[in-house]
Design a protein around this ligand. Sequence first.
Ligand code: ATP
Ligand code: MG
Length: 423
Amino acid sequence: MSLVVMRYHEITLKGGNRARFAAALADNVRRATADLPVERVADAHGRLVAELRDDARWPELRERLARVFGIANFSLARRLPVSIAAGGAAPDLRPLAEAVLELVAGRSFASFRVHTKRADKRFPRSSPEVSAELGAMLQQATGARVDLDHGELTVTLEVLPGEILYSAQKVAGAGGLPVGTSGHVVALLSGGIDSPVAAARMMRRGCRVTFVHFHSAPYLDRSSQQKAREIVRRLVAHQGDARLVLVPLGEAQRQIVTRVPPPPRVLLYRRMMLRIAGEIARRIGAEALVTGDSLGQVASQTLPNLVAVERAASLPVFRPLIGMDKLEVTDQARRLGTFEISIEPDQDCCSLFVPRHPATRARAASLEAAEATLGVAALVEEAIAGAVVERHRFPAGTREPEIEDLAGRGRRERGAAAPATHS
Ligand code: ATP
Ligand code: MG
């Protein structure tokens, strides 16, 4: 039977937190692989080890694990039991050499190296000694050169109590920290290129992300909501499950438009978004907001405008892309698989009743003056009351998202009344 060894780097640095981080990572791996023949995901002395019951599923598993944040790299591996004789004599490594040769049979390589990591410090040989001894055996059997820097093949050995894990290929992981270990944030998700990247970067730092999308239905069509949904469907592969809150902004926009001249309207929309998202965050216990703003990228993202907009927020606003340029963001969006979705045309709520040349040097005071004539608190309440909460799961298979309320209570069908309860 094959094993999967998943190695983490950063979380080993976390001292006393390590066990908690490893447990969260193991949970995330279990969830991401729930429909694959993977069993007994557990921490084994600083790496996760799982059993794979059917090697034919490895390509699928590899795809899945490559998206789980917190994994630095991983390998398809096998295990060989070893026992240390009384008196501490070194075990005979010949069975291990044979097992490794069997593992790499069929692969051609002119050079190789052996990399050993000894988690069991009682093992009576140092890591370099094990590498050298096994390397000599492999060299003799294959005729390939040892090349410690550029070996075409790298054999990795992990010496654990009672067994050695061996593998001959490392797959790069997604890095970062396990989702859920850094707290909970609300990401403002438009249908654009930037905000999905911003949300993914927070996930990669261990945040659980709830998505909030603002739309202007029925004044505009539902295309932006469909894009937000598809983006969440893509990003949820990194998180296992995620909520998407679809919030109608049209009524607030209608009021803004009747009372405020065109130039600052977009900024007032943004301030409403931050207020509403902040209130949603408060109700679901999230601690911060995330946007895809990048300094100076468009008129609404000049420094004065970002400052004036943020004044309306009651929670910290994180902007992971603030110092990135569009090419860097686009590159990340492509790697995430959201770029192709984001570039589809849609009817974006920010384009409703706004001029081609919006204000670029707004001041919070003048925006506040404009808002004084709006019933801001009532508009926030109204928008939240009209919100639809979808829960997306990964792997979704053919499942449709479930509809919930903000408290996480399920509703059986879209639009159906909640089941009556009798006490
Ligand atoms: P994006 O590609 O993320 O839309 P952008 O460069 O187009 O970014 P803006 O449209 O100015 O920038 O939006 C800035 C940020 O405001 C977005 O990154 C997003 O976080 C938030 N935002 C904008 N529109 C919406 C929306 N309809 N729903 C939710 N959040 C939004
Ligand atoms: Mg946008």
